[in-house]
Write a new protein. Structure first.
Length: 146
């Protein structure tokens, strides 16, 4: 079972969905503010509107929310695409490049997570990359026609 690429690809898809769900929880959890400095920073981040040009005035919290929404959406896109191809029993010659595309994107995302985030998203993204890498290594290569 662990020698089949579909096992690892299914695990990658499940981790993509889990990552999307867990990261989406951050939209409903209110931050706990422990002191006056944290309250002041939170107040500025959520109320101070920066002039972004061409009539856009956004808070840093609005910008952060927009960027934060992209992460679960990216995980959903990857998981739904690969999951659909798995359900349709797509040939390995098509799956191999699809897995490679996901591996490149989530590999780049993993590097970004290491540089800019903290342990939970780093670990969750690493799990996706590890499973995609295992699936890519194990997916059969296309046979040359004689």
């Amino acid at each position: 079972m662990v020698k089949r690429y579909t096992f690892w690809l299914t695990a990658a898809v499940l981790f993509q969905f889990l990552n999307a769900i867990l990261h989406s929880l951050s939209f409903i959890v209110k931050p706990e503010l422990h002191n006056d400095t944290e309250r002041q920073i939170h107040e500025l981040v959520t109320t101070y509107r920066e002039d972004m040009g061409t009539g856009f005035h956004r808070t840093f919290f609005e910008l952060f929310t927009a960027l934060s929404a992209c992460f679960p959406l990216l995980c959903l896109l990857g998981g739904l695409t690969l999951g659909y191809l798995l359900l349709k029993h797509t040939e390995p010659e098509l799956m191999r490049p699809m897995i490679l595309i996901n591996l490149i994107i989530f590999g780049a995302l993993f590097v970004i997570m290491i540089v800019f985030t903290f342990l939970p998203p780093i670990v969750m993204t690493a799990l996706i990359v590890i499973n995609l890498l295992a699936a890519y290594i194990l997916v059969p290569k296309a046979q040359a026609n004689s």
